[in-house]
Each structure stands twice: as structure tokens, then as C-alpha cells.
Design a protein around this ligand. Structure first.
Ligand SMILES: [Ca+2]
Length: 428
């Protein structure tokens, strides 16, 4: 194999490309630094030849890896060419795993001097044939993963431990026999526009241990659960679909779950606590989420409070298709108001019709609230007095009726309609 000139539009320190059965690596002087039918060796040689701050561009094509790739203590960019169709497109850079072990490992001795970027790559794990994880990162900070796909891994597609500040943007992590994404002791991260799904049996799409971060405009689907987080997490405007037990488990205090769509909680095992959102930490806020259990599925609760925690704020959620109750309140000091599917406030208008002589009337209204520990207000549209109290008219132990006894100062005229305005609110 001869030398290949590097055209000036290759803005990289080393370019790797497929030529026949081989992969070749060419440096910025146009010198070929590696060539082999063992494509992993060529890509690894390209990485190893790079100075800090350098970039490897792996040209579009399929590269079959017979061993794992690693980046150790190097601040570099590893970049492919944008992939087209998912998953077996002809126009992108695809690294296909043909060995047992982790596909790409990145780690640093000193996380304060860490930092790298991965862009426009497909890491293909081949989970039916080979064990191991996809992308494994340790002790790193200040990194960016953009337009990267990691698919079909036997272990986690993305595993990050003991790491810090980073962003993952417009990337996909799909199909694992384990959790699809797994973080351990990794904080200050953000995912924006990621797509992750198809976890292994009883596994989560994202399992986050002591790893606080932010999720925005992302998509999670198919698994035992969507996200499980023991660290403080903010999940904003994201979409969760098709889970066996739960959409989101919030086990980190002060987390905020806002504006998400959570749907299709299957619960084929019939778990008594299957829910859209499960809150098991203090000071969690669940605001403006749309939770739909799925009409043919078996979600028990929309939002479920669990354990010895407290002080949730649950406001303005829309909850549908639950089997037992929209919200299971277990905490003494939660604030739960203005949720669709879980009425804590209600109001209405009742009427009585005069006959010219009667001054006292009794009307029953159904308050429609989730509790019968309520306070009510009443206003009459003409002078008079009233008393209002709760009654269990059907003797089922729940006082569903607000009874209002009215005595007007003067008898309404025969045929006169008098209006009684009421409102009621749960207080316990
Ligand atoms: Ca009743």
C-alpha cells in the first residue's frame, strides 16, 4: 500500500480511512503511519500518534475491531463522518465490535487535566455475538459527546464513573442486555437531545448512582424503568414511553421533574406500585407533567410517594389511565394542588326554586374531591344564612356530599330561582 496525499479539507492531525480490506492512517504531512487489515490497530495507532489538542478523523466506512480502543491521559478529538440512516447506513463512520470486551475506553490519571470530544461516530457492540460494554469513561471532566451512536451492547452502551462536567448532545444509546446508560459518582453533566432505549430484563434505560445532572429534550423508551437517579436530577421536557414498572424514579433530594410526557406503563407483572413517577426523596418537585398509563396497560398510580421522605411539591400534572389513584400521597407535608385526575379543589353552583312561602331549603352537592377532609365556602345570592357539612349518603365510609342548608330572610317568590355558589378544597 502506498502513501495517500491528505487533501487540505481534512482538518485533522491524522486521518484514518478504509482502502480495500485495510484501514490506513495518514498524518498531516501526508505520511502513512499505519496500515493493516486489523482496523483497531490502525485507529489506535492514530490515537497514540496524536499530540494533546489533536484530532483523528475517521473517514466514513465500516471498521471491524478485533480489540478495544483506548484513550488514556490525552486531550483529543475523535471524529467520524456524519452517519446517515440508522443503523446500517453506508455513509457514516461505523466501528463494529468483533471481540469480547469494552469497545472504547477513555480514562485519565488526573481528572482536572482531562478533556476530549467524540463526534459523529457509530459504535456498534454486536451484542448477540460479543460481550462487553460500548463506551466506557473513567475519571474524566470537560468532555463533549456529540452526534454519537452506541448500539447493541451486551453490557452498558455508555458507562461513566468518577467523572465530572460534561455534555452529551444529539446522541443515541440503544439496546443493551444491561442498563443502557449507567453512571456512578459522576456529577455536573447535561444531556440535550439524547435518544436512549431498549434496556435488558429488569434494567433501566438510565441508571444513575450518585450522579446529579440535567436531562432536557430527550427520549427514553423500553425497559423496566426509564431513569433511576439517586442524585439530584432535573428532567425537563423529555419523553418516556413503554416501561414495565416505572417511568422515572426520583431518589435524589431537591430533584425537579417538569414538563415531561410519561406514557405506557405496562406492568405485566401486576406490581402494586407501578407508576409514572416514583418519588422517594425529600423536596422533589413534579410540575406540569403529562402522565398517561396507557388504556390497555396496568399502571396503578400516576405519581407515587414512597419511603420515609417528605415535602414534595406536585402541581399542575395531567394524569390519566391509572388503575387505582392518580397520586398516592404518603408524605405528611406534600403540597399537591391543581392536578388533572386528582381533584384537590372544586367549585360549582346549586339552585333552589321558591314557592312564595318557604324560606328554608336543603341542597346536596357532590364535592368531587379526592379526600373528604375538606373546607368549603358558600355564598348566597340573596339575604339569608346557611350551614354546610359533609354527609356520606351512600354509607361507604367516604363523605362525598356537601350538604348546604339555607334559610333566607324572606321567602323567595313562587318560581324564583336562587343561586348558591360553593367552593371546596382538600385540607387533609
Ligand atoms: Ca360515600
Amino acid at each position: 500500500m502506498g502513501r495517500f496525499p491528505v487533501p487540505p479539507y481534512y482538518t485533522a492531525d491524522v486521518v484514518v480511512k478504509r482502502v480495500g480490506e485495510e484501514a490506513v492512517a495518514i498524518n498531516s504531512k501526508g505520511e502513512q503511519i499505519a496500515e493493516s487489515t486489523d482496523h483497531a490497530n490502525v485507529i489506535q495507532a492514530a490515537i497514540d500518534n496524536l499530540p494533546n489538542g489533536g484530532k483523528v478523523l475517521i473517514k466514513s466506512g465500516k471498521y471491524v475491531l478485533k480489540s478495544g480502543l483506548s484513550i488514556t491521559d490525552k486531550n483529543i478529538v475523535l471524529e467520524g463522518e456524519r452517519f446517515g440512516k440508522y443503523p446500517f447506513e453506508e455513509y457514516g463512520t461505523i466501528l463494529i465490535k468483533a471481540f469480547d470486551g469494552d469497545l472504547l475506553t477513555i480514562n485519565y490519571t488526573d481528572s482536572d487535566n482531562a478533556g476530549f470530544a467524540l463526534r459523529s461516530l457509530v459504535l456498534h457492540g454486536n451484542k448477540g455475538s460479543h460481550t462487553g460494554r460500548g463506551l466506557v469513561i473513567s475519571n474524566a471532566k470537560y468532555f463533549t459527546i456529540e452526534d454519537v451512536t452506541v448500539i447493541r451492547c451486551d453490557g452498558e452502551c455508555l458507562y461513566i464513573e468518577d467523572s465530572g462536567v460534561h455534555r452529551i448532545v444529539n446522541s443515541r444509546f440503544v439496546e443493551s442486555n444491561n442498563h443502557v446508560i449507567h453512571y456512578v459518582n459522576t456529577g455536573d453533566w447535561g444531556w440535550m437531545g439524547i435518544d436512549a432505549g431498549s434496556a435488558g430484563t429488569d434494567k433501566y434505560v438510565a441508571y444513575l448512582e450518585n450522579s446529579p445532572g440535567l436531562v432536557i429534550n430527550s427520549k427514553f423508551y423500553v425497559g423496566y424503568g426509564g431513569i433511576f437517579s439517586t442524585g439530584t436530577i432535573n428532567i425537563v421536557n423529555s419523553w418516556f414511553n413503554d416501561f414495565e414498572w416505572v417511568g422515572i424514579v426520583v431518589a435524589g433530594a431537591n430533584s425537579i421533574i417538569i414538563g415531561n410526557i410519561i406514557q405506557n406503563i405496562i406492568n405485566s407483572a401486576g406490581a402494586g406500585d407501578a407508576a409514572g413517577i416514583r418519588i422517594q426523596a425529600n423536596y422533589v418537585k413534579a410540575i406540569g407533567n403529562d402522565i398517561r398509563g396507557g388504556t390497555s396497560y396496568n399502571m396503578r398510580y400516576g405519581i407515587y410517594e414512597y419511603g420515609g421522605n417528605d415535602y414534595s411539591i406536585i402541581i399542575g400534572n395531567t394524569i390519566r389511565d391509572y388503575k387505582i389513584k392518580a397520586i398516592y400521597k404518603a408524605f405528611a407535608n406534600s403540597i399537591i394542588i391543581s392536578n388533572q385526575g386528582y381533584k384537590t379543589e372544586n367549585h360549582g353552583t346549586a339552585t333552589v326554586t321558591g314557592d312564595g312561602s318557604t324560606t328554608s331549603f336543603t341542597v346536596d352537592v357532590e364535592h368531587g374531591l379526592v379526600s373528604d377532609k375538606i373546607a368549603a365556602k358558600v355564598a348566597l345570592d340573596r339575604a339569608g344564612s346557611y350551614k354546610a357539612y359533609l354527609v356520606d349518603t351512600d354509607n361507604d365510609g367516604f363523605k362525598e356530599t356537601l350538604r348546604i342548608e339555607v334559610t333566607y330572610d324572606t321567602a323567595p317568590a313562587d318560581g324564583e330561582t336562587c343561586y348558591i355558589y360553593w367552593s371546596a378544597e382538600v385540607v387533609g
